[in-house]
Design a protein around this ligand. Structure first.
Ligand code: PLP
Length: 378
């Protein structure tokens, strides 16, 4: 079955009890135990299991090609729960340009539990090799990275990780399972901020994790149930609804993004455009060897801070907002929004300048976007 069909036919398209073409929202915290004491049914308490959440979890598992899926109350809850499978004394390698929130919890939260984290420039694989120590247990990647769309060689990184028995984790938010399925390449754990392309409508915060392997699944499941950062049934339903149109949305948004990137590249007030759909992007070939498309997020630097500010403050056919992946075009300012948690000096080392603008391209007619961008890029 091809991906578009799987979005619709994945075992959760029909409610088995009623035939409804939409899984019911089970707003239940607890369940009567018909069998009596000691003979408990499949569901006992919704932190441990809820039929609506379970339908979403099994859908994302099918789409990513993993063994088990887990839904969390946010992308950060998903990331924090995954990082919680490690123990004190463990060392984890994180790619240096991870999402700012991931950087923050790694630097300011997990270090309290004696989990050692190294931020590494994984665009050069030898840096991964050189960072591995006796206590290294995990490798956490994000490709394309946020906000500069840098590309990591997934096959190469996974090969090194396997040689050293590291658990490989990837934040696949920018691509979604439609465009990149890292488990097929050998990744152990995939994380999504489902708030983004999976939800797709800027109306829900959620996180998803898909795991390959039963032993590793048990460790994530233990944290999900024990720590309890689960996704509620209403939001689970919203994500399932969003998923049904993932392919058609992304196809259209990606097409718009390609046109916008090409247009920006030739604009006199634009310094550089970062988008793996452009041939000029140094990671373009590598990206297209491990993903099915460049996606719908790009970033660019304006010629100077003043032009960047004028653009962000006056653009009309796009929202100025945190987040990405919705039906509407969203313009954001990484240095004061998604990556504000990273100290300025570190940000600048990473190339996240104040004149850098990230664009999540939406479903508008491209002519309207280009006209509006042209008006304010002055
Ligand atoms: N990962 C990436 C790549 C993100 O862009 C974000 C949010 O912007 C997150 C994780 C965190 O997700 P959430 O905001 O759903 O907690």
């Amino acid at each position: 079955m091809k991906f578009g069909t799987k979005l619709i036919h994945n075992g959760n398209e029909i409610d088995k009890n009623t035939g409804a073409l939409s899984i019911p929202i089970y707003h239940a915290s607890t369940y009567h135990q018909e069998g009596g004491v000691g003979k408990y049914g499949k569901y006992d308490y919704s932190r441990s299991g809820n039929p609506t959440r379970e339908a979403l979890e099994s859908t994302i598992t099918t789409l990513e090609g993993g063994d088990n899926g887990y839904a969390f109350s946010s992308g950060m809850a998903a990331t924090s729960s995954v990082l919680s499978i490690f123990s004190s004394g463990d060392h984890i390698i994180l790619c240096q340009d991870v999402y700012g929130g991931t950087y923050r919890i790694a630097k300011e939260f997990f270090n309290k539990f004696d989990i050692e984290i190294s931020f590494v420039d994984v665009s050069d694989l030898s840096n991964i090799r050189n960072s591995i120590k006796e206590n290294t247990k995990g490798l956490f990647l994000e490709t394309p990275s946020n906000p500069l769309l840098r590309i990591t060689d997934l096959r190469g990184a996974i090969k090194i990780a396997k040689e050293h028995d590291l658990i490989t984790i990837i934040d696949n938010t920018f691509m979604s399972p439609y465009l990149q399925r890292p488990i097929e390449l050998g990744i152990d754990i995939v994380i999504h901020s489902a708030t983004k392309f999976i939800g797709g409508h800027s109306d829900v915060i959620g996180g998803l994790v898909v795991v390959k392997g039963q032993e590793l699944s048990k460790r994530v499941r233990f944290v999900q149930n024990g720590f309890g950062a689960i996704l509620g049934p209403q939001d689970s339903w919203l994500l399932m609804r969003g998923l049904k149109t993932l392919k058609i949305r992304l196809d259209y948004q990606q097409n718009n993004a390609i046109k916008l990137a090409e247009w920006l590249q030739s604009h006199k007030n634009v310094e550089s455009v970062f988008y793996p759909g452009l041939e000029s992007h140094p990671g373009s070939k590598l990206h297209l060897s491990q993903a099915d498309g460049p996606g719908a997020v790009l970033s660019f630097t304006a010629l100077n801070d003043e032009i960047a500010l004028n653009f962000m403050n006056n653009v009309k056919v796009a929202a100025l907002a945190v987040s990405l992946g919705g039906v509407e075009t969203i313009v954001s300012h990484p240095s004061t929004m998604s990556h504000a948690a990273i100290p300025k000096i570190e940000r600048e080392k990473l190339g996240i300048q104040d004149k850098l603008i990230r664009v999540s391209v939406g479903l508008e007619d491209i002519e309207d976007l280009l006209e509006d961008f042209n008006r304010v890029l002055v």
